[in-house]
Write a protein that binds this ligand. Structure first.
Ligand code: ZN
Length: 354
């Protein structure tokens, strides 16, 4: 009996890399060896945890999980959509100043490098169309309508996923942290439902076989030990989220106040062809979970989700924003090791007493 376990994506970057990038241009070719060292070290340490699926730790995703694809473009300004965190700090997305909307880089460029070093399957996270849609200014852009923008956006996103699948990504995970945030900013759910519709326009372009390798990640945000939407009830989010045409869902759960209530909602909406990866590690919890903690969380989840549809993950990446080193690399990997060991312990128990 094996229960699949996968990471979300980011690992805190080495402090020396963060400091070097802060001094100049993130794309400076002189930084290439530093990035490559960080990726090689991340993959080595990831594999040492025993994780059957790994990532490159998003060591090159600059400036964050959302804007990596457009960072450095001439038609982007830094004063876009503001993400408000619960502790009062904010992060901003880029703002599109002129059409056409094009990616500067696709995430398969990261994957390609990671695959050179990896000995186990590598998954790749990409940003959702709905997050990028926030880059189009509310007042519009002269000679570049929102409709044109959406058409370009969907094509770029589809291209990115296809390139990752083709290069051999074990899974492509669409990061959808703004789903829960949308409900916080607009409890009427109008914005959330427009996000779901937009993302489904993209997901509809893939076959059921392709969608079995595509997943969606939901979480309440994670930056500097703070969240942006942890107070939004999953009961309001999950029924809409589960309308997404994906084969896998990566759901933050370890940090939730009432995990059983969330598991109950998942059970109610579960469709037979889905795999639900529940979060068993809370990246912002300063305590390192033990394998036994993880084992118990998996056993709890198995009361609600059939074992053949259950997987485990971390609640979020450990450092979705490049410059956040509030969690150490050592701690991130120790937590991941607990996820891997605890998931295997639960699988063994369930296998022995099905
Ligand atoms: Zn997340």
């Amino acid at each position: 009996m094996i229960i699949p376990t996968e990471p979300i994506g980011s690992i805190p970057r080495p402090v020396a890399l963060v400091e070097s990038v802060a001094k100049g241009d993130s794309e400076d070719p002189a930084l290439a060896p530093l990035y490559e060292d960080a990726i090689r070290d991340t993959i080595e340490r990831f594999e040492a945890t025993g994780s059957p699926v790994i990532t490159d730790g998003e060591q090159r995703k600059y400036y964050d999980f959302a804007s990596y694809c457009v960072h450095g473009l001439g038609n982007m300004a830094p004063d876009g959509f503001t993400i408000p965190f619960a502790d009062g700090h904010t992060r901003r997305l880029s703002r599109l100043t002129a059409g056409p909307f094009r990616y500067r880089r696709y995430a398969d460029s990261y994957l390609e490098l990671a695959l050179r070093y990896a000995h186990v399957p590598v998954k790749q996270a990409v940003i959702s169309p709905s997050a990028l849609s926030l880059m189009y200014p509310p007042q519009g852009i002269r000679d570049y309508s929102r409709e044109q923008f959406i058409e370009d956006l969907l094509r770029e996103h589809e291209t990115e996923i296809r390139r990752c699948l083709k290069k051999g990504a074990y899974k492509v995970q669409v990061d959808f942290t703004e789903g829960r945030l949308a409900l916080k900013l607009d409890p009427s759910a109008q914005v959330l439902n427009s996000f779901i519709d937009l993302n489904n326009l993209a997901l509809s372009r893939f076959s059921p076989e392709e969608r079995a390798r595509i997943g969606v990640h939901t979480c309440p945000g994670n930056d500097l030990a703070s969240t942006h939407s942890a107070d939004v009830d999953y009961a309001a989010l999950l029924p809409s989220l589960f309308a997404l045409k994906a084969g896998n869902f990566y759901i933050a759960l370890a940090g939730e106040r009432d995990r059983r209530q969330v598991l109950e909602i998942i059970r109610k909406h579960l469709k037979p062809d889905w795999r639900i990866f529940v979060g068993v590690i809370a990246p912002m919890d300063p305590r390192i979970e033990t394998p036994e903690d993880v084992r118990d969380r998996v056993l709890e989840a198995s009361e609600y989700i059939p074992i053949e549809q259950l997987g485990t993950t971390d609640d979020c990446g450990f450092s979705p924003f490049f410059d956040n080193t509030s969690t150490s690399r050592d701690k991130a990997f120790a937590k991941i090791q607990s996820r891997v060991r605890g998931t295997a312990m639960a699988a063994q128990l369930i296998g022995a007493h099905p």
